[in-house]
Design a protein around this ligand. Structure first.
Ligand SMILES: C[S@@+](CC[C@H](N)C(=O)[O-])C[C@H]1O[C@@H](n2cnc3c(N)ncnc32)[C@H](O)[C@@H]1O
Length: 281
């Protein structure tokens, strides 16, 4: 019987050990009764690797900090839900309130998209940039550089390819933007984001639990819909590290359901109606 169909196959100590492992490895905090979720998400990995129990899996992935099995477990346990122009307001605020403040800047405006999943967020930022520059040609002479990072190797691969199926394009992308910014590829089965939008974006692996210094400093950070999976302590630490990685008076966007309340005093909240953006004090 597969582990997925036998929730009781996960003993309480094994579940506790896996919860601790996942939190140490990537910050994700599993609730008390998520044995079913763990069993269903890991079933294929266990089957393919002929591993009989969660205890054996943990022992194998603990042997090395980076290995394929560990990466597969993290890929399976992360929630990669994303869409184009998610919540709309961050992109409108970027266009109408933030970019005008960088008018004439000869250095690139550097944007970090932490936890970028399959690329919809960084590419939405790049499309917004293109639309801004169509309205204000030459306004950002230094250009815009967007780096997308994620812990999931699988998601980063998709993001780098920038190819999407019809169904995922339908999620948040208007027909006008699809026509303007995508081209049909793979015999019409998928649509690829055009080179002029892609070239502003680069992708690299980064675990938010690790140091951010290799990325350098950014004017703007999007860290959206990932902190919800972490404990309050960890959220506070990550926000502090993001603050250290921002340029003076840099901006931070959180997810629409996420808030800075009780986590950091280093930002001021700017109400944008609709939406909120945080600015380093
Ligand atoms: C729900 S998606 C959010 C994607 C996008 N930011 C958005 O708002 O649509 C969360 C992403 O966070 C990534 N993630 C989870 N834990 C992470 C960690 N410790 N470090 C980096 N990325 C992580 C997951 O792989 C996933 O792609």
């Amino acid at each position: 019987m597969s582990l997925a169909s036998q929730q009781s196959a996960i003993s309480a100590p094994d579940y506790e050990a896996f919860r601790r492992y996942l939190q140490d490895a990537c910050g994700i905090l599993l609730g008390d009764n998520k044995q079913y979720l763990v069993a269903s998400r890991l079933a294929q990995i266990l089957r393919e690797n002929q591993i009989d129990s969660l205890a054996e899996l943990i022992s194998r992935i603990r042997q090395m900090r980076y290995n394929d099995l560990r990466q597969a477990v993290i890929d399976a346990m992360t929630t990669n839900e994303t869409l184009w122009f998610r919540d709309t307001y961050p992109f409108e605020v970027l266009m109408s309130q933030i970019y005008p403040g960088f008018k004439g800047q000869n250095q690139p405006v550097r944007i970090w998209c932490a936890a970028c999943s399959s690329g919809q967020e960084p590419y939405s930022i790049s499309m917004t940039t293109e639309e801004y520059l169509m309205r204000a040609p030459g306004a950002l002479p230094g250009g815009v550089q967007i780096v997308g990072t994620d812990i999931s190797a699988q998601m980063l691969k998709l993001a780098e390819q920038g190819k999407y199926e019809h169904l995922s394009l339908a999620r948040g992308l208007s027909p006008e933007r699809k026509q303007r910014f995508f081209e049909s590829v793979d015999n019409g089965e998928r649509w690829q984001i055009k080179a002029n939008i892609r070239r502003r974006c680069s992708f690299r692996p980064l675990n938010l639990m690790d140091a951010y210094t290799p990325l350098g400093r950014h004017e703007i950070v999007f860290c959206r819909n990932v902190l919800i999976y972490f404990s309050a302590d960890l959220k506070a630490k990550i926000i502090d590290k993001i603050a250290n990685s921002l340029q003076p008076r840099g901006y931070l966007f959180l997810g629409a359901s996420e808030s800075m309340a009780g986590l950091s005093e280093r930002f001021e909240m700017i109400r944008c109606n609709p939406g909120i953006v945080y600015r380093l004090k």
